[in-house]
Design a protein around this ligand. Structure first.
Ligand code: ZN
Length: 93
């Protein structure tokens, strides 16, 4: 995978957006993380809850950045898949 970051900033939502990380709604008035870039030749725009963006940063640290991929809209809000698995395991003990 190749990814070139073009722009990133924090914005305040004027209308509802869907979070690329968790798939849940970013409500109007909420501050979110916006990023645009070129992913494998395709223009891409991501909007995420701030907590989801932080989860993605943690997730990226667990692997080689150039191989990093995640399932859009398929992650727990504000958590990585691994963190949620750990939490669920801990809850069963
Ligand atoms: Zn989210």
């Amino acid at each position: 995978m190749s990814y070139v970051l073009l722009d990133q900033r924090q914005s305040k939502a004027r209308k509802p957006h869907r979070c690329t990380w968790c798939g849940q709604t970013i409500e109007p008035g909420e501050v979110y993380h916006f990023a645009s870039g070129i992913c494998d030749g395709d223009f891409q725009r991501d909007k995420m809850h701030l907590v989801c963006r932080q989860a993605m940063d943690r997730d990226m640290q667990t692997c080689d950045w150039f191989d990093y991929e995640f399932i859009p809209f398929g992650n727990p809000r504000g958590m990585t898949q691994t963190e949620r698995d750990d939490q669920q395991r801990a809850a069963k003990l």
